[in-house]
Write a protein that binds this ligand. Sequence first.
Ligand code: UDP
Ligand code: MG
Length: 334
Amino acid sequence: MKPQYSFIVPIYNEQENIPELYRRISAVMDRMDGPTELLLINDGSRDASLSMLRELREKDERVCYLSFARNFGHQIAVTAGLNFSRGQVIAILDADLQDPPELIPDMVEKWRQGYQVIYAQRIQRRQESWFKRFTAYAFYRILKRLADVDIPTDTGDFCLMDRQVVDALNVMPERNRYIRGLRSWIGFRQTAIRFERDPRFAGEVKYTFRKSFALAVNGLVSFSKVPLRLSTYVGLLSATAAILMALLVLYWRLFQPGSPINGFATIAIAILFLGAVQLVSIGILGEYIGRIYEEVKGRPLYTLAEVGGFTPAPGNTDNGNHLRTTPYVDSQPH
Ligand code: UDP
Ligand code: MG
């Protein structure tokens, strides 16, 4: 029987969380009214996570896993999960139990009411550092102002989606996968469910400052062209200032011959300022061009080293392009 519900969980060095994660998710799965699958994606973990996934697969048929050949990042792991999921209803959650699996039945309830995307919106972040809370708060509000699509504030990837939505996400060709943005872009009937985000159950945060920053830049650049326009604005502003200055200097020269014009500091500041503006503009351009380059190369999004619960489809040459086709089939009927 094909699963009705798919639970997708990306795993990166989560050995301390896996037993508890499995305990809580399987309790929820037992309560569902149809067949379920738990799709775990090992994103190049260096700890015992992968062997724990193999063990889970051994003892529970509902568990399937994918294992990447290296660490490709959270968003790509979730993408792979979406590519391989088979359920009619698909839930995405974190491995550290910050997204309580017990919320999923409520989300399914909303799905029954006809919603196709039910995203979880945080009303509180408990026990996260003020720095993380502040930067997240600021970022989601900046993104909301600048992005072309309406990306709801304070939502992460924790959500439940209908098969129709996941199919639409799976054929989106872009390599920069800012999932919460794509999910908003795609439309369909969406609704929020509010929840309090729990602290991490165990282990270290896997999103280092660098990774979070990269994710934030990715979100902005993928969903807004405003940064590009910024250099135009600053350029126009500097030009206006320059013209005013020129007029002022001319006036001094013509009508107030005695007035001292302090040259050095002014020139130094002007040069430094313009140099900085130009470099920042080039940097912004670079962000966009770098993304074009990524897209044009057209590499597959991830390489799989091992799968559990899927076998290569007949005649599958596995060209590695998991984005558009899923070259695997169920290895055994559910
Ligand atoms: N994760 C991943 N690859 C990475 C980083 C994180 O698959 O390179 C997973 C991690 O195992 C967890 C989820 O993404 O299930 C969220 O990570 P984390 O809890 O560290 O980040 P948070 O969003 O809570 O700051
Ligand atoms: Mg977390």
